[in-house]
Ligand binder design. Sequence first.
Ligand code: PEP
Ligand code: MG
Length: 759
Amino acid sequence: MLNTLRKIVQEVNSAKDLKTALGIIVLRVKEAMGSQVCSVYLLDPETNRFVLMATEGLNKRSIGKVSMAPNEGLVGLVGTREEPLNLENAADHPRYRYFAETGEEKFASFLGAPIIHHRRVVGVLVIQQKERRQFDEGEEAFLVTMSAQLAGVIAHAEATGSIRGLGRQGKGIQEARFVGVPGSPGAAVGRAVVMLPPADLEVVPDKTVDDIDAELKLFQNALEGVREDMRKLSAKLATQLRPEERALFDVYLMMLEDAALGGEVIEVIKTGQWAQGALRQVVGEHVNRFELMDDDYLRERASDVKDLGRRLLAYLQEARSQSLVYADNTILVSEELTPAMLGEVPEGKLVGLVSVLGSGNSHVAILARAMGIPTVMGLVDLPYSKVDGIEMIVDGYKGEVFTNPSEVLRKQYSDVVEEERQLAQGLDALRELPCVTPDGHRMPLWVNTGLLADVARAQQRGAEGVGLYRTEVPFMINQRFPSEKEQLAIYREQLAAFHPLPVTMRTLDIGGDKALSYFPIKEENPFLGWRGIRVTLDHPEIFLVQTRAMLKASEGLNNLRILLPMISGIHELEEALHLIHRAWGEVRDEGTDVPMPPVGVMVEIPAAVYQTKELARQVDFLSVGSNDLTQYLLAVDRNNPRVADLYDYLHPAVLQALNTVVRDAHGEGKPVSICGEMAGDPAAAILLMAMGFDSLSMNATNLPKVKWMLRQVNMSKAKELLVEALSHDNPQVIHSSLQLALKNLGLARMIGPGANKTL
Ligand code: PEP
Ligand code: MG
């Protein structure tokens, strides 16, 4: 059964459009089940009727003509009950409806299964037979499994149709929405430019050659060509990225060297294989090795090797990189965006990025955030090869993309883009103004940083401190653990850039979805595994070097605060504090004159919520990591697009937890901040302010929006909104009531679809 299923799905997947896909489905399912009829009915969202779209066994002339409302016929019943229906004699059922044009009176038995994609019924799959008999359990299970597998395939084929005007009724191009994961915040309206891999390495055949030297020469030229391209791309991005970030290109260059991939290809050519074949072989081996790895970070490296392989092949084939035409508002779309692709678009033309593969943790998403380009990753349902040249909207806040947007939606998002532009323009004025509510409540707004680009942006936007410096970012773009001296230089740069404002440096938070290529962690369940403080306490040498570097970097500046991630209990905190004191003693013994910096813990594990008081007694401050806290409270993987709908920081449980943390921290007289994405959501920020958070830390892009919002809302009003939010037991109701309240306050300007994630 599994094999038959797999074969059918594979065949359907390669169909060019929905019609062909459905034709294959009915033919193959009928064959596999040995039935006399197989039909697919799809729900037309416009008419809300199940329309017969394909059949084997019924009269084909009735295709597109026979349809039924959800309250009509057996098909309607399967669709509304969202359950299979297995009948020995269909005509006996009270809901049976006879359609003369189908010729179905010949068939007695009926088995129907709903086709459900992302919780939505999209159609019904039916088999029928002449003889009166109940289908057995095995047959029912097969049909249910088949329809579950086909749901995604049908949705994909339908999406392709809507994009290219191949609608099920030939209705022409339609707006379609695709859900991925947020890569970089912001909204963009533009035109898609699909960047296909420059050359298809996988189809290169083997070929033996006599003139090995000629092949070697060809390959050396290709190597030089790609090296030159990399240098140019790196130079092109020089103004936007710090040397460390550009080091990604150095990694590419290193891979090309004789001791690495370049040398291996040369060795294969020397055996008599032509250059292209040798390249395919070596790249294939490397990619396979990387792709088999459990570690997200290392799997990402497979895409770097593939990208390099394609570039080399393009030179070998003399088919230089594609000469794409870039619109002024280019949205770059690729199956797998790579950092190198970003530099290909002429400066000033790139407004958005879309990648079918990857997550918010991919290098390309990190770079996109540093460059402030709205990005959506993991858009697995997007038929990307079909979207070139079409209009598109990228919502980097929600992780959504719309193709062929309607006039209304385009206008809505264009307004958001314009608002964002105006907000950005008005930044200078806002920058000098304090974040203070009309009734005088002062709310310090801090930034989260990681890349050098964040520093300049934070300063432009008037940040009052750094609430979270993710130290793992410089670690991630390195090839080995940076030495104490190297770390010192990086940290000093941060501390000096913001001095005298405070900079909160979080100790290394790796594991989970953040891995280091040179320190692989393979685990079945990495988010519940060796993460953050657990790793560094097991490796005190890493922790000590890092904290020593931080302390030394703060000499004379004294604006350092140290933050500990993933603390789940007192024992971890005590151990970490002990190590920090040891590092402090060491650096002072070495002659560095620094005071002991304030030390804080992140509250991002539910256990820490319940131990806020105990933790607060031992530290100087607390900072809530709402990204992880939401993930752990709701048991929803923050990077998994499938459960993204369930990930909601306005869930009543999350709000209650946050309220408790503030109350308990203040009860111990300790300040508490919040540095998860929630703090950068202008609507959520109102509730956080009302809870009593002492500062909000967010990405620099959102800071002016939050400041704008808080400068409009009285603290007394914010408290009312919080009381109301806490009184609801349903996240959706919380969203709607907050949205309504803000509209009534005339603050709709900030609650457009792209303006924030909440509403
Ligand atoms: C958080 O979990 O909210 C947080 C700020 O840390 P990170 O997103 O780096 O895990
Ligand atoms: Mg976290």
